[in-house]
Design a protein around this ligand. Structure first.
Ligand code: NAI
Ligand code: 15L
Length: 265
């Protein structure tokens, strides 16, 4: 691929994936509303607010693929979610439509389904059950992407990321964790497969206690290799196990189900 766009490149996941993506394209275009730090030889930077339509048009121009991590990543005031995750996503898809429809990886979230219980095993056909306005914005993103696929053929991987970080840090993440290596191999599969379509893909490693089935996307050839189970002893030793009736132990969305609706003041 000639030019791959990475939005949210200054965020936690963006910073982790940015160096790992070096071999994916001749040029990695990195973008964020925040400072992007030093730019490597194979990179170009474009600072941009996703809510700015004209800026997003310029951002997408010339790109052959998009990894869209940018946006509000936790529960927040609706006005902030509206700008980055709702208007921002509309801007991105309109820019993609005007610029040759590059394949998109949309960083959706397990918070689209956060109100399922942890004793339920889910597949991609089960209805969304968002656990807050952040989760609702990711449901919107999935629906928007689906509409652009049905109407125009725009391909998107709707990756419902569980918890993608260096290592799991609590008992819930023994189920939801996805390693950086597994995310990278997923990205490679998404951009390599001849026909992607617009599938939901559950973003977790091969965890013994995972809650989600990726059987429907076996055609991608993605075989996650990590397993959060190897961290169980450390977590048992370092983190107090929540009471079995506490929301963090009951719902897949964990603490997010307890978030309030944040006031605009
Ligand atoms: P993060 O909050 O660390 O990074 C998000 C980045 O988006 C930030 O650098 C921020 O400056 C940028 N951003 C926010 N508003 C923006 C705007 N209006 N215009 C341009 N950029 C803007 O989040 P993280 O953890 O890196 O997650 C990346 C993506 O993956 C997010 O979309 C998040 O919802 C999704 N995700 C991440 C999970 C994880 O475990 N890290 C789990 C599920 C979903
Ligand atoms: C998310 O959607 C968040 O972006 C991330 O910060 C984590 O909290 C993750 O979900 C999770 O559920 O662990």
């Amino acid at each position: 691929m000639k030019r791959l766009l990475l939005t949210g490149a200054a965020g936690g996941l963006g910073r982790a994936m940015r160096p790992r993506l070096a071999g994916m394209a001749e040029i990695l275009r990195v973008s964020d509303i925040s400072d992007l730090g030093a730019v490597a030889d194979h990179e170009e930077e474009m600072q941009c607010d996703l809510g700015d339509r004209a800026a997003v048009d310029r951002l997408v121009d010339g790109c052959d693929g998009i990894i869209h991590l940018g946006g509000i990543s936790v529960e927040d005031k609706f006005s902030k979610i509206l700008n980055a995750n709702i208007l921002g996503l509309h801007n991105l898809y309109e820019a993609a439509r005007a610029n040759g429809m590059p394949r998109i990886l949309f960083a959706s979230s397990n918070h689209t389904i956060g109100f399922y219980r942890q004793d339920e095993y889910l597949d991609h056909t089960m209805p969304q059950r968002p656990d807050g306005l952040y989760g609702v914005s990711k449901c919107f993103g999935e629906a928007l992407a689906r509409m652009y696929f049905e109407k125009f053929g725009q391909e998107t991987a709707l990756v419902r990321i569980g918890s993608c970080m260096e290592r799991p840090t609590n008992h819930r993440m023994l189920s939801t964790w996805m390693s950086y290596d597994d995310f990278l191999s997923m990205i490679e599969c998404i951009f390599r497969v001849p026909r992607l379509g617009c599938p939901v893909i559950w973003g977790c490693s091969d965890n013994d206690s995972r809650w989600w089935s990726n059987e429907h996307v076996s055609y991608l050839g993605w075989r996650p290799k990590d397993n959060a189970e190897r961290f169980r002893k450390d977590i048992d030793a370092a983190v107090a196990k929540p009471a079995p009736d506490h929301a963090t132990a009951v719902y897949q969305g964990g603490p997010f189900v307890l978030d309030p609706i944040f006031s605009e003041e």
